[in-house]
Design a protein around this ligand. Structure first.
Ligand SMILES: C[S@@+](CC[C@H](N)C(=O)[O-])C[C@H]1O[C@@H](n2cnc3c(N)ncnc32)[C@H](O)[C@@H]1O
Length: 286
């Protein structure tokens, strides 16, 4: 079967699961992953047939897409801040809103104009510390995660992008100790209460790691409170906390940080939703 005919067959096979524009883009990504041909080359080779191995890989990928598996876990690739990262089902697929958080930190750190100590808590694929060190090469940056398999991915990404990061495997909810004082502690922690599971997309709830997504319904802000507590001990003078947050937790988090002795401000994402927070201790000089 020619490439063009194969594309048509796949379109029909997945027509119920995906919108037409999204589907065309998914098929192009898949074909590039399997054949190595970019979109222009796919047009040029439209009358050629794939070999048996390529066809098998394509059929498996189509079956995975039908089940809702994210394309990033099929190709093992995701883009973040202009860099290609390796991802697998042990790490969250990096999101555009997290790029906005990283931009905010880069903006802040660039103004400081000095080498800063930075810690990323819940590092997953390593997307945050890797992007930060590439933009701020004089900084000292560490990434921490509870998950050994996530750290394995993060280390591979750092090696591939020549990013010099220190890694720590730690349960942040169970540690009272951090190895340094930090000018910036950043975290995109798990923040989705389990009760929201029912309304979530299959692609997220069935494929992304639960440990990266969910917190208990009873205490959804636990990571923020624990990190704020650690910040009191481990933030350098004038140190800053930066967080990503659930769009409807902004008010609750402002109250929590105020109660814990921090000035905090929210920032909205490109859709106008509260998505980021920055906090510094009230006792700091302005
Ligand atoms: C929302 S994901 C963020 C991943 C990555 N930073 C990003 O922005 O794409 C949260 C991360 O926190 C990690 N995590 C969950 N519980 C943790 C804990 N108790 N201590 C440390 N890390 C934890 C998960 O393994 C996951 O990698």
């Amino acid at each position: 079967m020619s490439l063009q005919a194969l594309k048509q067959t796949i379109k029909q096979e997945l027509a119920n699961e995906y919108e037409s524009i999204e589907l065309s883009s998914l098929i192009a990504i898949l074909l590039e992953h399997i054949t190595g041909w970019n979109q222009i080359q796919q047009v040029l080779h439209k009358d050629e047939a794939l070999d048996a191995n390529q066809q098998t890989a394509l059929l498996e990928a189509v079956a995975d897409l039908k089940k809702g598996k994210p394309i990033q876990y099929i190709t093992n690739k995701a883009w973040f801040m202009g860099n290609e990262l390796m991802v697998n089902e042990n790490v969250l697929i990096p999101r555009p809103e997290t790029e906005e958080l990283v931009d905010w930190i880069i903006e802040y750190a660039t103004k400081k104009n000095k080498p800063l100590q930075i810690l990323d808590i819940g590092t997953g694929s390593g997307c945050i510390p890797i992007s930060l060190i590439l933009a701020l090469p004089s900084c000292m940056i560490a990434g921490l995660d509870i998950s050994e398999t996530a750290l394995h991915v993060a280390k591979q990404n750092a090696t591939a992008l020549n990013a010099d990061i220190s890694w720590l495997q730690e349960d942040i909810l169970a540690t009272a100790y951090l190895p340094n004082n930090y000018d910036i502690i950043v975290s995109n922690p798990p923040y989705i209460p389990y009760k929201e599971n029912a309304n979530m997309q299959v692609q997220v709830k069935n494929f992304e790691p639960n440990i990266a997504l969910f917190v208990t319904n009873e205490d959804p802000l636990i990571f923020y409170r624990v990190i704020a507590r650690l910040g009191k001990q481990y933030l350098s003078p004038n140190g800053q906390l930066f967080f990503e947050l659930h769009y409807d937790q902004g008010k609750a988090l402002l109250a929590l940080f105020d109660e814990m002795g921090y000035h905090a401000e929210l920032r909205q994402d490109m859709f106008g939703k509260d998505r980021m927070l920055r906090a510094s201790l009230k006792e700091n000089k302005k």
